[in-house]
Design a protein around this ligand. Structure first.
Ligand SMILES: C[S@@+](CC[C@H](N)C(=O)[O-])C[C@H]1O[C@@H](n2cnc3c(N)ncnc32)[C@H](O)[C@@H]1O
Length: 381
């Protein structure tokens, strides 16, 4: 079946579908979705992310994990659930950094794409295979007694756990809708319309469901400056995912990295300037033009994620990485380079690479400007 055929079938006789439903199919359909067909992060793949810049990002995360592990009284197991783990590069860098918590570490790589889960075992010593259901529950409660780190892959979050949730560039990939509020207060949606064997984006003024009208009403109350008649992303997938995380995580930290801005800032951009596509390290074509053949992503409306859970802190990636010691790691790398440059061995090359990686990770025009949301969470507390 071609992606267009799959898409036509998913309309099921309806004249239009929400953009989120289109995105779900174009990215995650098991037969035709971009991530099911091999799309992924990485050099030589479709787009570059912080973990893929090199091992430095994971080394800083490893320091943050140690800090939280020590503050929690050195729990064993120490469960880290990384969601949207992609090919597993961040897990590999954390392992390589050998943090103090390693002996107790149970790292769960939650990844929707079966293809990417199949890549995890090949480069993660201590990988225990895939787990689901009761077996996953048993895994996240198994003490390591110093024998960690252990890694396991899963298609979904564990049902209940205590520990840390990490997600780098996940939220921008979770299906969103496209809404605007008219001057008279009516809510309009940009939906995907099927006509003459092709799809297009069309604004549809449908009476919003009471739940959506109430949620948008809350957004307007919080954001009176939201421009009228201007399209913005409605982060149903991302807020639903966070709700899920906060239900399943009994106690611990939630740390997400992504690009984004406020809903009002995004709405001010013309031509849906917050909506982008990528493939083969380049910007792709119109989001409707190649379903399944390119990534679809948006700048994340951060205020929508914080609504109802505002206690979390918001930093830039550069601030977070500095707070957790990136400068020390670069200085260590520089010292090794100065000592060993004449040998030109792997340690020397890694030392020099840390400086280059830091430049990219801290770039105020690029990765350094990403937003980091951090919550310390206790269920019911
Ligand atoms: C942009 S990639 C980021 C990969 C990796 N975190 C990185 O920074 O290189 C987003 C990944 O999230 C995965 N994903 C999307 N929704 C997911 C979900 N609900 N649970 C687990 N993984 C998901 C996608 O399959 C994709 O591999």
């Amino acid at each position: 079946m071609t992606p267009l055929e799959a898409l036509r079938r998913s309309f099921g006789g309806r004249a239009s579908i929400p953009f989120s439903e289109y995105m779900e199919l174009a990215l995650y359909d098991p037969a035709v979705g971009f991530y099911a067909r091999g799309g992924r992060a990485g050099r030589g793949a479709d787009f570059l992310t912080s973990p893929e810049v090199g091992p430095l990002f994971g080394a800083v995360i490893a320091r943050a994990l140690d800090e939280w592990w020590i503050a929690a009284g050195r729990p064993d197991p120490f469960v880290v659930v990384e969601v949207g783990a992609g090919p597993g590069t961040l897990a590999r860098s954390i392992r390589f950094a050998a943090p103090e918590c390693s002996g107790s570490l149970l790292h769960v790589l939650v990844e929707r794409s079966a293809f990417q889960r199949s890549l995890h075992g090949s480069h993660l010593p201590g990988w225990m295979g895939e787990r689901a259901g009761f077996e996953l529950e048993a895994f996240v409660s198994s003490p390591q007694d110093g024998g960690g780190p252990q890694f396991v892959s899963a298609a979904e979050l564990p049902a209940v756990f205590t520990g840390v949730v990490l997600a780098n560039e996940l939220l921008d990939n979770l299906p969103f809708d496209i809404l605007r509020v008219r001057a008279d207060g009516a809510i309009e949606e940009l939906r995907v319309v099927w006509a003459a064997d092709a799809v297009s984006l069309d604004s549809v003024a449908e009476p919003a469901s009471p739940a959506l009208a109430a949620a948008v009403g809350e957004l307007l109350a919080r954001t009176p400056e939201l421009p009228r008649d201007a399209w913005f992303p409605w982060q149903g997938g991302a807020t639903g995912w966070l709700d899920e995380v906060f239900t399943r995580l009994t106690r611990g930290h939630v740390l997400v990295f992504d690009y984004g801005g406020s809903t009002a800032e995004l709405a001010r951009r013309s031509d849906l300037g917050w909506l982008r596509t990528f493939r083969d390290q380049q910007r792709g074509v119109h989001p409707l033009d190649a379903p399944g053949a390119q990534d679809i992503t948006c700048d994340v409306a951060i205020d929508q994620l914080r609504a109802g859970r505002p206690a979390g802190e918001v930093l830039t990636q550069a601030e977070f990485l500095r707070r957790h010691g990136i400068d020390d790691l670069v200085a260590e790398g520089l010292a090794i380079w100065n000592e060993r440059a004449h040998l030109g061995d792997l340690a020397a090359i890694r030392g020099r690479s840390a400086m280059r990686e830091a430049e990219a990770l801290l770039d105020p025009e690029g990765l350094g400007a990403f937003i980091v949301l951090h919550w310390e969470h206790r269920l019911g507390g």
